[in-house]
Ligand binder design. Structure first.
Ligand code: B16
Ligand code: MG
Length: 217
């Protein structure tokens, strides 16, 4: 059993279900553009950056636009998304997450965020868990999107942790690959069929504790 000195967390789909708000905001935009966009399509956007998400939607509608128009559409989507985020309540944190983060801190295991979202800090504030993170690496601090390992390597560096002593919690395949590319172990949060390359897959944090982590990974 290798030791664990740090845990790095994806945000959307791991700590909170913001995917539903991303969906509503993208759907509004897609409707305006006359592009069919369903919850199944929304799965393609998980863990993907804002601009790459827009490109996926435009591809669905076989549309190509100049960068300036795309920047405007991405900003418009974000304004709608922010309206939902600003209404978000503390109790939207997923079950067991806060307790798990507090247990890690009590055990002196470093805690970092590794998210593609440029709104991550605001979301952590809404959930009132910003103070539980030793480092926050988000879409404003990285230049390469997952599956590039940059976001998690920066998290490890901020915590002065070696990659092989880090465990990443991820719900998206691109994020799982980013963790493995960083030389870290990965706990998949979601379905074992999708996340079969993870070292361990859990359905959530409701009945999962740091002790389980040490035993099972
Ligand atoms: P924003 P994660 C990702 O968050 C979401 O899964 C993805 O759907 C979203 O497009 C991306 O953040 C960018 O978000 O528009 O807020 O910058 O899963 O990496 O925490
Ligand atoms: Mg995610």
């Amino acid at each position: 059993m290798k030791k664990i000195t740090a845990c790095l967390f994806d945000l959307d789909g791991v700590l909170v279900d913001t995917a539903k708000y991303h969906f509503l905001a993208w759907k509004e935009l897609a409707d305006e553009l006359g592009i069919e966009f369903t919850e199944t399509h929304n799965e393609l956007l998980k863990g993907v950056s804002r601009m790459d998400s827009l490109d996926i939607i435009l591809n669905l509608g076989k549309m190509d636009l100049p960068q300036e128009a795309k920047d405007e559409l991405a900003a418009k989507k974000n304004r709608v998304y922010l309206e939902y985020i600003l209404k978000m309540k503390e109790d939207e944190i997923l079950p067991g997450v806060k307790e798990f983060l507090m247990d890690l801190r009590n055990q002196k295991i470093g805690v970092a965020l590794g998210s593609a979202s440029k709104n991550a800090q605001l979301i952590l504030q809404r959930l009132q868990i910003e103070n539980l993170f030793d480092a926050i690496i988000d879409g404003t601090k990285v230049s390469k999107a997952k599956p590039d390992p940059e976001v998690f390597l920066k998290g490890a560096e901020a915590l002065s942790a070696k990659p092989e002593e880090c465990v990443v919690f991820e719900d998206a395949i691109a994020g799982l690959e980013a963790a493995l590319n960083a030389g870290m172990r990965c706990v998949g949060v979601g379905s074992p069929e999708t996340l079969h390359r993870a070292n361990l897959v859990i359905s959530g944090f409701d009945d999962f504790h740091p002790e389980d982590l040490l035993q099972k990974i």
